[in-house]
Design a protein around this ligand. Structure first.
Ligand code: ADQ
Length: 458
């Protein structure tokens, strides 16, 4: 097996500290099997930026190699182009996107600089796997420095249709540069098809067999590789002492009442205000749930330097306050809203104490919370997933109750169905999803991607 180099904005951690997301764990396992380097941003801003020393840590098999950015890099590349232009456009939110040539220039500069710093570390037999929207042009930068190794790219967030993407002034350039990769992976068949449509309609290339293009005599595959979680591992976390403690605490507090759980970074793509309104609608339309069903929303802040994120946060606080003021009783609070983080184990225990996962993003690449909830359930008495049709997870989690997150009425009706779903039906739906999540886990995902990358080059 060839040595692997993973490139992503955030690097590590190598050890499962209890806080690491499932994705980090999957990448570490893959890297440990092949040996290699995980390369990206140190998380630090310094005056030398990308011209400073490379920072190295890690173990015998895997080195974490990172570098700093300057304040200008951070503002233009990370906060600016990645999070104020690309993130909203790729989540279909043209109304929130900022277009500014200076930001785009910063994005290109940082990609070029990171590629130049990685270049000397690349050996002839290495396979390179670049991740996410921070690094669209990274492969093209490497090719310009005569790197002929297999280079793959995986996009964790949605890829919109050409009608939406074309609003980004540099869309055509960006997509053309992506064709420097050998394999371009997406979360869903729809995202992959949107990409191929852009290439055929806007770049006038002809699509070849098996979801590929011929670009300067080189085969480029653009296909869906739906990401999975470490399902067995997460299921185990749910039975640890720490998880059981959380489950018991919650069950004691709930005293037979039912809990709906939501877990999301605060982000406009997650549809949090719409979710609170749908829960309010449940209490309005089905008053028998008053006093008996509560919503617990865990929502750690992210990117709070951006206005759009601060706005959502205050909107949520106001909504929760209003709904609680309107419906709360002496011994029951409708919405419990918290911004703290939890360890993976605690989270697993919280999922297990909940009857429903309410996963209603307005747009989401995949959504791992839906999968984690399923993995954490008790087989004999599992909960129900209420899932947005606009989450990538809806493509493979067909036994969830699929909803339109924009319709408070519709989501409330599905919540009511979930609350009253007979045990047999809950078990059947859960079993089908659990089996699929175990089969298509994180390890299977990285294997499928890397096998395709190896085959594309043969
Ligand atoms: P995210 O937008 O971050 O990921 P998601 O897939 O839901 O969205 O993953 C969030 C992760 O953070 C989950 O593993 C969750 O358990 C964890 N988490 C959230 N809040 C937490 C808290 N308070 N404490 C502890 N853990 C918490 C991006 C894309 C997604 C895509 C993933 C992976 O936006 O669509 O599914 O990458 O490809």
């Amino acid at each position: 097996m060839s040595r692997l180099i993973v490139v992503s904005n955030r690097v590590g951690p190598l050890k499962d500290t209890g806080r690491a997301g499932g994705l980090a764990v999957a990448l570490v396992d893959t890297l440990t099997a092949t040996g290699g380097i995980w390369f990206g941003w140190s998380g630090e801003v310094s005056e030398e930026g990308t011209f400073g020393n490379l920072k190295r840590e890690g173990n015998r098999k895997v080195s974490l190699v990172t570098l700093d950015m300057t304040q200008a890099d951070h503002d233009e590349f990370y906060v600016g182009f990645a999070n104020e232009s690309l993130w909203p456009v790729l989540h279909y939110r043209l109304d929130l996107a900022a277009f500014d040539r200076r930001l785009e220039e910063g994005y290109r500069r940082v990609n070029a600089r990171f590629a130049a710093r990685l270049r000397p570390l690349i050996e002839p037999g290495d396979t390179i796997w670049v991740h996410d929207y921070h690094f669209f042009p990274f492969g093209a930068e490497l090719r310009a420095m005569e790197v002929n190794n297999p280079i793959g790219f995986f996009l964790h967030i949605p890829f919109p249709p050409p009608e939406v993407l074309a609003a980004l002034p540099s869309a055509a350039t960006m997509v053309r540069r992506m064709l420097a990769y050998d394999v371009i992976g997406f979360q869903t068949t729809r995202d992959a098809a949107n990409f191929r449509r852009f290439v055929t309609e806007e770049l006038d290339l002809v699509e070849g067999a098996d979801e590929s293009f011929l670009v300067d005599g080189r085969k480029v595959v653009a296909r869906a590789f739906p990401i999975g979680i470490d399902a067995a591992g997460f299921a185990r976390q749910a039975t640890t002492v720490e998880a059981r403690r959380q489950t018991h605490r919650l069950e004691k507090l709930l005293a037979g009442r039912q809990q709906i759980i939501g877990v999301d970074r605060i982000d406009y793509s997650k549809g949090l205000p719409q979710r609170f309104r749908a829960f309010e609608r449940l209490l309005e339309d089905y008053p028998e749930n008053r006093g008996h069903v509560s919503l617990m929303q865990v929502a750690p802040p992210s990117r709070s330097e951006l206005d759009a994120y601060a706005d959502i946060r205050s909107e949520l606080e106001e909504l929760a306050g209003n709904i609680n003021g309107r419906f709360a009783d002496l011994d029951w609070t409708p919405i419990r809203y918290m911004t703290r983080g939890f360890t993976r184990r605690s989270l697993a225990g919280i999922y297990r104490a909940s009857r429903i996962a309410l996963v209603t993003p307005l747009r989401d690449g995949m959504n791992l919370v839906a999968k984690e909830f399923v993995a954490a359930q008790r087989a004999e008495d599992p909960g129900v997933v209420v899932l947005s049709r606009f989450a990538g997870a809806a493509e493979t989690m067909r036994e969830a109750l699929i909803v339109n997150p924009y319709s408070a009425e519709g989501v409330a009706a599905s919540l009511q169905t979930a609350l009253n779903m007979p045990l047999d039906e809950r078990r059947d739906r859960w079993q089908a999803m659990f089996d699929r999540i175990c089969e298509n886990d994180a390890a299977a995902w990285s294997r499928a991607f890397l096998d395709t990358l190896a085959a594309a080059r043969r």
